[in-house]
Ligand binder design. Structure first.
Ligand SMILES: CSC[C@H]1O[C@@H](n2cnc3c(O)ncnc32)[C@H](O)[C@@H]1O
Ligand SMILES: [Zn+2]
Length: 432
């Protein structure tokens, strides 16, 4: 007897062959996919719970490779500004008022939004990171989480030494957790000194952990680092011995050919954040070039103050269109490739070969997207429909690690009214 059967849907497996199964079902046991295939071939050994896909699309749960979940509390606080002004004059001051409880409720609000939008995995860099981990754990989501560290005193841990200690503790506490992993997260090269970054690298080595950092987000960032250290940001990290397969960079907009080559050779992963990059006018990341060199690229929303939502279906649409417009080439960022950024390739960014695919043995994270609505009719090509038409509001069921988190758009585990009210209460307190 299996734990869950998801039936009556067209499956986009996102496996190595891009297999699509027209009328299929998926059997899940102990958090993993036990079987998937055409309904007519379904094994007879049944499941204790069933989910009807209602003829919709069954696909892997979406993977958000870069966000700051609790920034839901700062959604719309400051818009239409360049990154430097936005961060220095608005976001950093508001974040000085953050508390552990605010981050917990902000992260829970993000969890509601992610589950509703079909996002089952996220990588989170923020203050009071244990609260984000607590929220992800309670919400049933998969996450890589780190406490942000930078040169100035943090409202979360105070002096830097405490930030390192907190990072170590977080990584150790979640070492054996089935869904949550701790990581080392220095904010950026312009907010972290070389000794801080070296120390962060040591922790990665000691605890076998990944490092996640904002890097090469704007030309202004590059200029500043060149002026300060005589090197571009990636070269600067390389000089500190940090460019290796533990590294996962956010944005990667201002990268030249040699740098893309270096990312590929070193096995560095990249979280591409098209909507945040457009909104903050940071530029356009060299997506096609990175993919052509075999760099593992995932898709990230960034935080809700620079996006301003956590809808990866909408993000995929933006991603596909941004690169076509930028390159004056309608074949750039094709739908199938863009879907892989939020599924199978995103899984590689998370360091898992068994994430972001629907195939036997893979982690049982999947979603069902409705297709029997006017705006999804007709459907010539399911992948094209997902990227260019579907939105988070079309997600009907969300399953993570074999557990149903949303059924027929109703949360199974979380109290939506309570979380929304609490988050609002804490958001009001942040404006100072
Ligand atoms: C304190 S946690 C992370 C830190 O990063 C800030 N942030 C959010 N989005 C961006 C971005 O695109 N580039 C750089 N920094 C960003 C966030 O507000 C937090 O302070
Ligand atoms: Zn960010």
């Amino acid at each position: 007897m299996h734990d869950l059967l998801v039936k009556n849907g067209a499956i986009l497996t996102m496996d190595r062959h891009g297999t699509q199964i027209e009328k299929g079902s998926v059997l899940i046991s102990e958090g993993r996919i036990a079987w998937c295939g055409p309904e007519k071939d379904q094994p007879a050994d049944g499941a204790s719970r069933e989910l009807d896909a209602g003829g919709g699309l069954i696909l892997p749960g979406l993977i958000n490779s870069h966000t700051h979940a609790a920034m839901t509390l700062l959604r719309g606080l400051a818009d239409d500004l360049p990154l430097e002004t936005w961060l220095t004059d608005h976001i950093f001051p508001a974040e000085q008022n953050l508390t552990a409880e605010a981050v917990y409720w902000g992260s829970m609000l993000a969890a509601l939004e992610m589950i509703r939008n079909g996002v089952t995995s996220f990588c989170d860099m923020y203050l009071f990171a244990p609260q984000a981990a607590r929220a992800a754990d309670q919400a049933g989501l998969r996450a890589v989480i780190g406490e942000v560290i930078y040169d100035f005193p943090s409202p979360s841990y105070g002096e830097l030494e405490n930030g390192f200690a907190l990072t170590r503790e977080l990584i150790r506490n979640y070492k054996d957790h089935p869904r949550i992993t701790g990581a080392v997260m220095p904010h950026a090269t312009y907010t972290c000194s070389p000794p801080l970054l070296e120390k962060a690298g040591q922790i990665c080595g000691d605890l076998d952990a990944d490092m996640n950092i904002h890097l090469a987000e704007t030309k202004v960032e590059t200029q500043g680092i060149v002026e300060k250290y005589g090197k571009r940001p990636l070269e600067h990290l390389k000089g500190l011995g940090l460019v290796n397969n533990r590294l996962w960079i956010d944005h990667g907009v201002d990268l030249n050919h040699q740098e893309i080559e270096l990312l590929a050779e070193a096995g560095v992963r990249v979280a591409h954040c098209p909507e945040s990059n457009m909104k903050l006018a940071s530029g356009v990341a060299p997506l096609d070039e990175m993919l052509a060199r075999g760099v593992a690229v995932g898709l990230g929303t960034d935080g809700c103050a620079s996006n301003n939502d956590l809808d990866l279906l909408g993000e995929m649409d933006s991603c596909a269109k941004l690169h076509k417009a930028h390159k004056l080439d309608p074949t750039a960022a094709p739908a199938e490739k863009v879907l892989s950024l939020a599924t199978s390739l995103g899984g590689r960014v998370f360091g898992h070969d068994d994430l972001g695919r629907i195939e036997p043995g893979a982690l049982a994270d999947l979603i069902v997207v409705d297709t029997d609505t006017p705006h999804m009719t007709p459907m010539y090509n399911p992948v094209s429909q997902l990227i260019y038409v579907a939105r988070g509001s079309d997600v009907r069921h969300t399953v993570c690690h074999g557990k149903v988190l949303m059924q027929d758009r109703k949360f199974t585990e979380l109290d939506e009214a309570e979380i929304t009210a609490k988050a609002l209460e804490y958001a009001v307190g942040l404006r100072g």
